[in-house]
Design a protein around this ligand. Structure first.
Ligand code: MG
Length: 356
């Protein structure tokens, strides 16, 4: 009798891409999916560096903070690689990483590769996409169905490799034995619906069957992008046994956490305000979109570079270019991206190239 697979990962270039810029690692307790961007093989370099770095730096226990640190190091490694001439300027990658121990799952995520959990026969998303359409759905300006066919559905608002510091989202959850964790690139969730994913995860005999069936379904639906899926069966207990700190350590940790939380709440309020705003500015001759507000508060920078667009400042009307040199504020990233669309329309057709 063959053993049922407790985890499995599978990646396919798909039908319309010449190479696979997705990368993944499935080495219990760590599971990582990265979807590279940049084209001309640079995406492969970025996603490869991401999974290698996270694999090397990730904690062996479900520690969300340490997993986020590993993702930060992956970001630094990609930024350094660009500076050293490995890969290309503008290359980047998404990353969604999980550490699973027994029933505990921690996730760290940047970009639009997702984690899902099948719990009690129901599928739910465990992460939030850092994508333009994801923002619009959350703001209620776009429906899920509209998002699936939106021309800008592949525009991500956060990626590794674009700036020195990246904001990493983390999630902690406790699953039940028999639940299934799925991590996948948009080549899967962009090609088939959540309902279809749920059906496959419910019906699969084990993790290997699940990833094979999911990837096949994405290919059957068109396979327009690289597609990657990892499925992990949630067990009763960690094979190594959970390592639990003693009660005294927990108590001390509580008070330290409470004090830190008070300070963090104050800073967070400021960040919360800034992170909802956006602005556009000319940088190295290109129009660049920042989340946040220009300038610093008490020495703290409150902006994060979201996207370096392909619009060159010198192709824009002089008055627009001048405004961009000083910075053009926007209500939020969605409005900033709409402005980018307007600037693009101002540029003569042959002065710009559009990404596929
Ligand atoms: Mg993709």
């Amino acid at each position: 009798m063959s053993q049922r697979a407790a985890f499995a990962g599978l990646s396919d270039a798909g039908h319309s891409r010449s190479h696979n810029e997705d990368a993944f690692v499935a080495q219990p307790p760590l599971y990582v999916v990265a979807d590279g961007l940049g084209g001309h093989k640079a995406g492969e370099v970025a996603s490869g560096i991401a999974v290698e770095t996270v694999a090397r730096e990730a904690p062996t226990r479900p520690d969300a903070r340490a997993l986020a640190d590993a993702v930060q190091l992956a970001n630094t490694a990609i930024v350094d690689a660009v500076e050293k001439g490995t890969g290309r300027q503008g290359m980047g990658t998404t990353v969604t990483a999980a550490v699973v121990a027994g029933r505990r799952i921690v996730l760290a995520q940047v970009g639009d590769s997702r984690a899902y959990i099948l719990r009690d026969g129901r599928l739910s998303r465990a992460t939030r996409d850092h994508s333009l359409v994801g923002e619009m759905v959350r703001q209620g300006t776009l429906s899920e169905q509209e998002a699936r066919v939106h021309p800008n559905r592949s525009v991500i608002t956060r990626a590794l490799g674009s700036r020195a510091d990246v904001q990493v989202d983390t999630y902690e959850l406790t699953a039940d034995p028999g639940d299934r964790l799925l991590i996948c690139s948009d080549g899967l969730h962009g090609m088939i619906t959540d309902a279809e994913i749920e059906e496959v995860l419910l019906g699969a005999s084990d993790a290997e069957d699940a990833v094979r069936t999911l990837v096949d379904a994405a290919l059957d639906a068109g396979g327009l992008d690289n597609v990657t899926a990892i499925v992990v069966e949630i067990g009763a207990d960690s094979p190594q046994g959970d390592v639990r700190p003693g009660r005294r350590i927990i108590a001390t940790t509580f008070w330290v956490v409470a004090a830190v939380a008070l300070v963090a709440a104050a800073v967070w309020g400021l960040y919360g305000y800034a992170s909802n705003r956006a602005y556009l500015i000319a940088e190295n001759g290109s129009v660049v979109v920042y989340r946040g507000v220009q300038g610093t508060f008490a020495g703290i920078e409150l902006s994060w570079r979201e996207e370096i667009t392909d619009i060159r400042i010198d192709t824009l009307p002089e008055v627009t270019a001048e405004r961009l040199t000083e910075g053009v504020p926007a209500d939020d990233v969605v409005e900033a991206m709409a402005l980018v669309g307007e600037y693009r329309a101002l540029v003569s057709e042959d002065a710009t190239t559009t990404a596929p």
